[in-house]
Each structure stands twice: as structure tokens, then as C-alpha cells.
Write a protein that binds this ligand. Sequence first.
Ligand SMILES: Nc1ncnc2c1ncn2[C@@H]1O[C@H](COP(=O)(O)OP(=O)(O)OP(=O)(O)O)[C@@H](O)[C@H]1O
Length: 542
Amino acid sequence: MAADGALSFSVASVVEDVLQQHGSRSRNLDLDARRAEEAATRRYEAAAWLRKVVGFVGAKDLPAEPSEEDFRLGLRSGIILCNVLNKMQPGAVSKVVESPVDSALIPDGAALSAFQYFENVRNFLVAAQELGIPSFEASDLEQGGKSSRVVSCVLGLKAYSEWKQTGGTGVWKFGGNVKSTTSAKQFVRKNSEPFSSSLSRSVSMNEKSTNGVCTEAESNKMSSSSLSNLVRAILIDKKPEEVPNLVESVLNKVVEEFEQRITSQIQLNKAITPKDSAVSCGNKFVQKHSSASTKADQRTVTLMKEENRIVSEELQRRYMMQNTFVDQQQQDIKDLKQTLLTTKAGIHIHGLAHAASGYHRVLEENRRLYNQVQDLKGSIRVYCRVRPFLPGQSSYISNVDHIDDGSITIGVPSKNGKGRKSFNFNKVFGPSATQGEVFSDTQQLIRSVLDGYNVCIFAYGQTGSGKTYTMTGPKDLTEQSRGVNYRALGDLFLLAEQRKDTFLYDVSVQMIEIYNEQVRDLLVSDGVHKRYPFQFFSIAFL
Ligand SMILES: Nc1ncnc2c1ncn2[C@@H]1O[C@H](COP(=O)(O)OP(=O)(O)OP(=O)(O)O)[C@@H](O)[C@H]1O
């Protein structure tokens, strides 16, 4: 839209440019003269209007037909401008520094300081620009400034006043009915100028107030007004025969310029169409799109929520199933552990029972064998051992006639000279029998003690017959000379060690003598060595 506005305003500037480029030097001179005349006319119009608004008293420094210098000096203090603006828009300039003295006495307005001038002018310019009135720079009121812009501003004020008087409401838009002395570029000033940004904002706001649409009628009005003023100013002093050529030249140039600018505009529109189309389609499209998009988004959100709810329920169901499954597995594991412990205990008990049964089978076997032994050998076994001759004893005096495995024959005196008498024993050990051979025949019975059987071994014989030697051994005891007692204890402790994982045995040993029907403990030494016909060796296994 700004492009359209620029296109509309450019009509006058195009014509002006065409006219500037048209004609000869003399014609340029004529144009300068006409411009000066037109500027004077506009200046007079502005001064007259100011004098009319604020009265001659208030505008006493402003002649009816002022020169550029008079016009500048008359307005330099800003007082007239502020007062005029306040007349049209009360309070537009809140603070106006009035001159305390008659400034007529001081033509250059020296009564006010430059700062006070600047304050008034600045306040005026701010207020004027807020109303959308063409602005100028404070320096334009100084020596060498552009008074034409000041004139345009005053005429803008005049147009604004007329708009207000005709009942104008809302935001006033400058219609370009004031001849611009600096072409349309005046309305697009550099941002460095103090009030140009304000003007730009004001114009922008005006455009926004009509939804950014500069209507064709408005454009035509501005364009035709500017063009008509310009053409009238150009043709006013022309001879009738010069008009056709001048108009034809101007129109050709205008058409050429318009075609060029339209082409540029089309290219520009093409360049910005994708982005701009989305915007130019208007807020309505955006709103529709936004509304449709919002509804679609709402449906999408609803669907997503429903989907999330279903997924959440499914996940929760699976989670509960998994929990149940895990609980069941944990219970199964617990049961398995308990079963394992029970099984282990059962296995252990079973092993024990098996061992016990084996043990009992062994016991039974032992009992059976023992009974057989008892049956075969008798419950009381009697062995006979013949002591060899001691060193220094003569062997011829021996009365042993014959020794068999289970009998011994002894020669005894008789009436017929020499008699023989045989004795039967379970076994007879001759003088050459060793300690090991004597023990081996009793070892099996002794081992029965560990199975719970009672066994008693005792030696009987006259003094010096070898009881102590057989049961204990000689004084100089060696491994081979050990008697039945040592060997029996050694064998029993060996068996106890072998069975330590199964049985724990407490062993007690007792050795006693019976002599003359008196019992004596042989393990208690009283320092007196006596020889008795009976020696008992008792071993108790508990
Ligand atoms: N088989 C044997 N071989 C060698 N020496 C033996 C044998 N038996 C006994 N003797 C010896 O005969 C002697 C008498 O033996 P021992 O003391 O054992 O008899 P005892 O029956 O115990 O006598 P007491 O009743 O007076 O105690 C000892 O010097 C012993 O060493």
C-alpha cells in the first residue's frame, strides 16, 4: 500500500521532473521565475492566513506580503506558530514562551534567547507532526533555511483548519493540496531529521487506521490536486500555441515514467508475493486460517488426548498384569526355595536314614557274624601261651611235650614212669609266638566294643608266667613288643578316628588286679610292684 501511495504522490514529482528536464535554458529561467512567483503567492497566502487567525496584533511581526526574510523573522520565535496551532487545536502546544518586550523594536527577535526560540519551535513541530501536518526543520527559520518548507507547513495548518471547520472528524490526512517545493521526497525524510520519524509514524498510523488501504479515490484526489496545481502554475504564463507541445511532451514523459514505475512495481510485487500474499490476504484470511487451524488443532489435541488415554489405560493394564505376573513369579520362587530347603533337608535326612540303615545293616551283619563267632568259638575264649625260657634257664627241664593249634600236651609224672596229659584251648601259642600273633586273634572281638558289645580280656597264670608281658609288654617297650592292651587301644583309637564324621566316642580305660579276692587298680601307682595271678583290662566305649 505504501507503494501505491508513493505511486500516487509521484505523479506531481514525475511531472515536475519531466518539466525540469523539458525545455531550454530560457525555459528553465522562466520556470525559476514562475517558481519564485508561486512561492511568493504561497507565502502571502500563508501570511494572510496567519494574520487572519491570530489577528494583526498577534501577527504584527508578519506583514501581509512578507519577503522570505520577513516571513522567517516573523515566525522565528515560534510564538505565532504556537498560537495559531493552539487556536485550531487548543492545548496542542502546552507551553508557549511569549516575548516580554516588543519584539518589533528588535527586528531579529533578540529579546528571546535562541534556546527559547528552539523551545517554541520544537513544541510546535511536535504538535504539528502529531496532527499529520507537513513539518520543517528548526533550522529553516534561521538565516539560509528553507522558508518554503515553513510556508508548506503553514498552508498545511490552513488545510487542517479548513478540514476542521468543515466538520472533519477522526484523523486528518494531509491531502497534498499544498505545493511541495521539494517534491514527494519531503514526506519520506531522512530519519536523522528530528521530527521525520514522528511524521512517518503519523502517516503510518493514518494508513493503519484505514487498514493500510489507500483508496483509489484518495490517491486520485491527491494526485489530481497536486497535478492540477502544478500544471496550472506551469501553463499560467504560456502562450496558447506553446501549450499543446508542452502538454504532449509532459504526457509522453509521464506515461513513460508511469510504465517504468508500474513495471518496477509489478516486479516488486512478484518478488514479495509469496511472503506478502500471506499478509495481503488480510487479517481475515489469517483469522480464518487461524480459526480453522485452531479448530483443527483442538480436534487434534482431543484425538491425541483420547489416544493418550487409551495408551495410558493399556499401559496401566499391562503394568498391572506384569505386577501380577511378577508377584506370582516371586511367590513361585519363594515356594521353590522352600521346596529346595525341604528337599535338601529331605535329602540330608534321606542320606542319614540311608547311612543309618547301612549302619544298622552293618550292625546286623556284625551281630550276625558275632553270633556266628559266638556259636563257632563260644562266648568265652581261652588261649594258652607258653612263655619261653628266660635267659639262664635250662631248656631240658621243659615238660611241654607237644603243642598243637588248639591243644598242648604236657608230660607229667606217673606210676609207670612218664605220663602225658593234653589240654584243649581255643588256641595255643608256643614260646616262639610274637606279641602281634597273640593280639591278632583277639582283635576282631575287641573291635566289637565299638559296635556296642562288651568284651573282657584277662590273663591268668602263676607268678612269672608272662601275664604282664602278654598284656602290656616288657619294660623296654617297642613297637613290636607292645602287648594286647596297647595294641587294643591303638586299634580302637584308629577306628574312632576313621569314624569321627559319624560317631564321637568317649573312651575310658580301667586296669585292675584281683589277688586273694581283693581288687586293685593297676593305673594308680603306689610305688610297689606286685605280681598277681589275674589282670583285667577293661575298655569302655560310650
Ligand atoms: N613270652 C615271653 N617272651 C620272653 N620273655 C617273657 C615272656 N613271657 C614272660 N617273659 C619274661 O618272664 C618274666 C616274668 O614275666 P611276667 O612278669 O610277665 O610274669 P607275671 O606273670 O606277670 O609275674 P607276676 O605274677 O609275678 O607278676 C619277665 O622277665 C618277662 O620278661
